[in-house]
Design a protein around this ligand. Structure first.
Ligand code: SAH
Length: 348
């Protein structure tokens, strides 16, 4: 009696495994190259799109495999041009990804996990419990979807990618790395590593691992405060991964990669809007060459966290710059559709 076995996602196979699949069945191994190209370079969503394969070869593939491609379930457009996609995965879970257009860039902001386990007090994604990691192809597909939207709606190419959507990329490091390898590979999207930024809550051990792996993309750290007591209160990860360890890992990163780090920082009323916090940040910034993005707070609740005053933000910028540290004040994008930093929570 024949039992039904669940079909394997064909994109879990390497090119060599695909070659074996074909040769074991008496087919030419160059078929594997053709299929591989359809799967990655051309982002085929089903086997019938693979028109240079014979019908019988397509049937053979269908018999053994599926393609678990993501589906853009809902697309919202902000008045500032930002696009937010609710992306449905093969198991019906949903993540969000965002296209951010500016004068000279189109940036894709992608998710790395369904939900998040980190519990940062100011972030909407933290309220969704972590369900699972995204696979490399699910990350890749988000980029492809945004690349197509960039071409379709803006007639411009996708220029940058940031891992600033849902989830903590360094808690799904293997898959994120594999996705980035595909995104930068000539077999995939052939994008430049230097156009990619991974943003992390700052897991020291993993930052060192990235340095050892000699990754070629950029690193951003969500710092938000440089005093342990305050940072631990708003970002629980800091309790087990304090600023001293983070600093040590960043020094290690810089030594190995010689690449500047970006710190993301929100100024909140009554939390970090005093000169003491500004001074602590300046001191932290002296560890390695860096720049600071002072990002606007996107409210997610009834006012526990409130955006610091323009004067408080200005004090940060002026003091940092006076100390030779580049600091930029960043306006939020896509706020009206809950597409801004920290607002991704599957409301739709
Ligand atoms: N887990 C990663 C990436 C996801 S968050 C990280 O922590 O970096 C992307 C950025 O949005 C982070 O810098 C995060 O601190 C910030 N963020 C989260 N909630 C926010 C909010 N409500 N307003 C503004 N920025 C927020």
């Amino acid at each position: 009696m024949q039992t039904t076995i669940e079909k394997k996602d064909v994109r879990k196979l390497s090119l060599n495994e695909l070659k074996d699949f074909f040769t074991q069945r008496g087919e030419k191994s160059f078929r594997a190259q053709q299929v591989y190209e359809w799967l990655w370079k051309k982002s085929a969503k089903d086997f019938d799109q693979m028109t240079n394969l014979s019908i019988s070869t397509r049937e053979l593939l269908k018999e053994h495999f599926t393609i678990n491609h993501i589906r853009v379930d809902n697309m919202q457009r902000s008045e500032d041009g930002t696009i937010k996609n609710a992306v449905k995965l093969y198991d019906d879970l949903i993540v969000e990804s965002v296209l951010i257009p500016t004068k000279d860039r189109i940036t894709a902001c992608v998710s790395s996990q369904v939900g998040c386990s980190l519990d940062c007090k100011f972030c909407a994604t933290a309220r969704l419990k972590r369900m699972r990691n995204l696979s490399p192809d699910e990350i890749y597909d988000q980029v492809v979807a945004i690349k197509q939207q960039a071409e379709l709606f803006f007639n411009r190419p996708l220029t940058n990618i940031v891992f600033m959507g849902m989830g903590e990329p360094l808690l799904n490091y293997g898959n994120v790395l594999e996705a980035i390898n595909k995104i930068t590979s000539p077999d995939g999207l052939n994008m430049a590593s230097k156009r990619i930024t991974l943003s992390t809550v700052g897991i020291a051990k993993m930052i060192k691992k990235m340095a050892d792996d000699e990754v070629k993309f950029n690193l951003a750290v969500s710092l938000h405060d440089a005093i342990n007591e305050t940072r631990s209160a708003i970002m629980p990860i800091n309790e087990t991964n304090p600023l001293e360890e983070l600093a040590e890992a960043l020094i290690y990163w810089y030594k190995k990669t010689k690449r500047k780090v970006t710190y993301e920082y929100v100024v909140w009323k009554g939390i970090n809007d005093t000169p003491e916090h500004v001074q602590a940040l300046v001191k932290f910034c002296k560890h390695i060459p860096c720049k600071v993005n002072l990002i606007e707070y996107n409210p997610i609740d009834e006012g526990v966290f409130q955006q610091g005053s323009p004067e408080a933000v200005q004090l940060y910028q002026t003091t940092l710059e006076r100390n030779g540290i580049v600091a930029r004040i960043r306006k939020s994008r896509g706020k009206d559709i809950d597409a801004a930093c920290g607002q991704l929570a599957n409301k739709s």
